[in-house]
Write a protein that binds this ligand. Sequence first.
Ligand code: PLP
Length: 392
Amino acid sequence: MQAERVYLDHNATAPLRPAARAAIEQALAFPGNASSVHQEGRRARAIVETAREQVAALFGVDAKAVTFTSGATEAIATSLSPNLEIDGAQVRFDVLLVSGVEHPAVLAGGRFAADKIEKIPVDGEGVVDPATLDRLLAQHHAAGRRPFVSVMAANNETGVLQPIAKIAEQVHAVGGILHSDAVQAAGRLPFDLAASGADLISVSSHKLGGPQGAGALIARNEDLRVPPLMRGGGQERGRRAGTENVAAIAGFGAAAEEARKVLGSEAVRLAGLRDAAEKGVQAISREAVILSAAVARLPNTLCFAVPGIAAETAVIAFDLEGVALSAGAACSSGKVGPSTALAAMQAAPEIAKGAMRVSLGWSSREEDISRFLDVWKRVYLNLSQRRRERAA
Ligand code: PLP
């Protein structure tokens, strides 16, 4: 009999939570456009508004601050706008500063022209250095340019957390605005938007156990308005046109609520499992390098590399043995290219080529870690034998 598969790729997408599945099924059972005035429409509207409350609660904001989108990519593309309405006034931003470890959705720069996008360097652990950011901000400030800054809360590959509150202070001191890609932090660590200092965040349903194809752009308050990217009907109070994906939104809301209920205890549980995986990897392969181990990371993420072992080969070997994990940034279209985040960290080519990511979540169990380590023992022996043969 084939052993059950072990899924260790929650940062790519998390399995659907049972509560999310139930909410989706319930929503799909009835027709209804959330903009229609009849009973069916009102029912759909109620589903969307319940989900809005559930998502808002995860970030400690008013439900009105949440605009549903088709996912984080759309929320990010919408957010990164050179023109915003703040407290009723039109404010123009001259330059977009993004950290070097951002997801491609942010690196693409939204509605900023390519020559207005600048990278904020990170240190060797992948963290934005406040002194470097200060220098950059001061340069732009002196030249009379107002900055729009985007720094992610947690990195998808290494799990590294950025000092968002400190960055927000620095950005606000020069009249700038801060967007944070909170996709990986959401539902994994407490994230109160007001306490974080960020003005805008983008989040995704499928990273926290909701369905794919739903996400949200969340503003610190109602008085911060981002011009819509999708124009058409007046859905989402004019902030995002298009008939709401009621079922996906329902699933997103249910997943957000589940995540919120166990936020603290899950973080502790997953850190325990992750640490066990990390210790196991170090015991099996002593030369393994744990990326960003010296700084604060998400509790669910382990990124490691063994010089001379290509992640691509190891990930295929894991897959054949029933374990799903990722090589580098597997967020984009299944291709395994060089990771821009690891390049920004100036990781040695051997390490960047070998970086493998184990990411855990609500469905992860102790047995998963045992299976992962069991398989790693074999994969490591095999591939390090080949590495020796190559070197001989
Ligand atoms: N930002 C980060 C950090 C991610 O890991 C992802 C994942 O793909 C995205 C943005 C894009 O999210 P979505 O799949 O909802 O468009």
